[in-house]
Write a protein that binds this ligand. Structure first.
Ligand code: GLU
Length: 553
């Protein structure tokens, strides 16, 4: 071993006591079945998850679970500017709302599970330094003392001469310092970063394989990138990625497409250490078409649908969000869902080949549609229980009513439900109130009625009186309608719509106008589920009260 290099490495990393071999032993290859994938979601502790990152966490989770592998949550806090207080807990909560729970990694602000930790980068300092020291010892990394203004100057020259920007070749000034010079500078207290002594040649081409995009050709990396920063001695993303994903035995790195440009750097780092390379999948951006018709990245600042909390607050069932995420994750999922209406995600396997490389369009209306379908298939009791949970957090007034009138509420939710073709009106738990509020007297106090077809006050009073006193039969649905039609004939309304259409002038209106009037009087709305069922649940006394209220309004 070169004693000069040893002296330099010891000066740069005085606290390193372990070797890479020590860590290899501490974090051995995982004993997993053939084909099992180890994935990780690696956010900064920013306190929340954006829809795009929820999608990638979901994909990480799915790939690991499809293959009986491991899904880790690693917190990347090397850029301290991006950390917020309780930033990990916020992320965990967002993930938990969608049942995306890590098998390994951080499980609270301070605790973790698994044998490959610490899972928070700021606590892995010693490990990074051990790996960096190894590179210095092998003359594969060096200290760089260039100041910010020197680096700016280099950049200006490069811009002026239209040369590639970066620290490489003859621009990599500190690369040519002698070991003695470097040692002297450190001893004099000069600040330094640790840079890779890149063995690459920009004029050579390499082909790297991406699981989504296939083979991609790049120039070899020749940048002497920073591995360890100067002030806090934390690693850069590039170096932390190498160390962490190697030691955590990650098999699949799934990350945003913004990292494609760094792919050659990462490949080179793995080669230098002679580590087994993980497979890479660079995922496309999540886009939206905005009001002006422009396709752009979903923005957490501008778009409310970009925050995952939005779905929780709106009461979109997490299962529906996950089904939707799967439709944007894999292009063949929608067809699968059509053929597998139960939509059990465990039965669908994630396929890298079905990921769109060009980015996916986030379409809230499609999500709402999936949600509608999903909710229509729930039983009345399931709707009740889930709604109870949601309202407890977000709508206390409705929650209290649901508690007070449990069986009654379940009966309401059961109207036109639990059959072959269930009614699809609820979009979310939040929306249910607007579809059923009229069934609760407490919510029917200061309501505005929609306009019924029949508007004459006297006529309204007559119809409702005659109906209530003479024709209302709530013992049997068929009979109920027969009686309504009889009443229509008696009062001058066509009981047969076809006949009405032939000669409308012969009638005051038709049976639909009459049932429409009853509907508005009872519910305030022109459009509701089955009127007979509604009346059954309201029962006679309340029907009477509501007719009176309507007549007097
Ligand atoms: N912390 C990185 C990010 O948020 C993670 C990228 C990766 O998954 O490797 O973009």
């Amino acid at each position: 071993m070169n004693t000069k290099l040893q002296e330099l490495a010891d000066l740069m990393f005085p606290n390193v006591t372990k070797t890479i071999e020590d860590y290899e032993k501490m974090y051995p290859e995982r004993d997993l079945k053939e084909g099992a994938c180890v994935t990780r979601f690696a956010p900064s502790p920013t306190g929340f998850v954006h829809m795009g990152s929820l999608l990638s966490a979901f994909e990480d989770y799915k790939v690991a679970h499809d293959t009986n592998g491991v899904f880790c949550l690693r917190i990347e806090d090397t850029d301290q500017k991006r950390s917020v207080e309780n930033g990990i807990q916020g992320i965990l909560n967002d993930l938990k709302n969608f049942d995306i729970t890590p098998d390994e990694g951080m499980i609270s602000e301070t605790e973790s599970i698994g044998n490959y930790g610490p899972y928070i980068q700021s606590e892995r300092m010693e490990i990074y330094h051990t790996f960096a020291k190894y590179l210095v010892l092998h003359d594969l990394a060096y200290p760089c003392f260039c100041t910010a203004s020197e680096l700016d100057e280099t950049r200006e020259i490069q811009e002026l001469n239209k040369e590639r920007i970066g620290y490489y070749g003859s621009f990599a000034k500190c690369r040519s310092l002698t070991i003695d010079e470097a040692i002297a500078k450190i001893k004099a207290g000069e600040e330094f970063v640790v840079r890779l002594k890149s063995p690459g040649n920009f004029n050579s081409k390499i082909v790297l394989h991406d699981e989504v995009r296939g083979d991609i050709e790049f120039p070899e990396n020749d940048l002497d990138i920073v591995l360890i920063k100067s002030t806090d001695k934390l690693p850069t993303y590039h170096f932390a990625h190498l160390v962490d994903d190697h030691l955590m035995r990650t098999t699949h790195v799934m990350r945003g497409e913004e990292w494609i440009a760094s792919f050659p750097i990462h490949d080179q780092l793995f080669s230098i250490f002679n580590f087994k390379k993980p497979k890479y999948a660079h995922l496309g951006l999540v886009m939206k078409i905005d009001e002006t018709g422009t396709r752009r990245k979903l923005s957490k600042r501008k778009d409310k649908e970009a925050s995952v909390e939005f779905y929780h607050k709106e009461g979109i069932p997490k299962e529906a969000v996950k089904l939707y995420l799967m439709t944007i994750a894999n292009s063949n999922f929608e067809e699968w869902l059509d053929n597998n209406p139960k939509g059990d995600l465990n039965e669908f396997k994630f396929d890298f080949k079905k990921v769109s490389a060009s980015g996916t369009l986030f379409d809230v209306s499609k999500l709402f549609n999936i949600s509608k379908n999903y909710l229509s298939k729930q039983s009345a009791v399931e709707i009740y229980n889930n709604l109870l949970k949601w309202t407890e957090e977000f709508d206390k007034e409705f929650y209290d009513l649901l508690v007070k009138y449990k069986d009654y509420s379940i009966n309401i939710f059961n109207i036109e439900r639990e059959n072959e073709k269930p009614r699809k009106d609820y979009i979310s738990y939040k929306s249910i109130r607007e579809f059923v509020f009229y069934m609760y007297d407490e919510l029917f106090e200061n309501i505005e009625y929609e306009q019924a077809k029949i508007t004459d006050k006297e006529e309204i009073k007559k119809i409702l009186d005659v109906y209530y006193n003479e024709y209302m039969d709530l013992n049997d649905k068929d009979n109920w309608f027969i009686k309504v039609k009889e009443m229509c004939d008696k009062l001058g309304y066509a009981s047969n719509i076809k006949e009405y259409k032939k000669n409308p002038e012969l009638f005051k209106g038709n049976v639909a106008d009459v049932t429409g009037l009853i509907r508005v009087a009872l519910t305030s709305k022109n459009n509701t589920p089955d009127l007979y069922e509604i009346q059954k649940l309201l029962d006679k006394t309340r029907i009477k009260e509501r007719f009176e209220k309507y007549i007097n309004c």
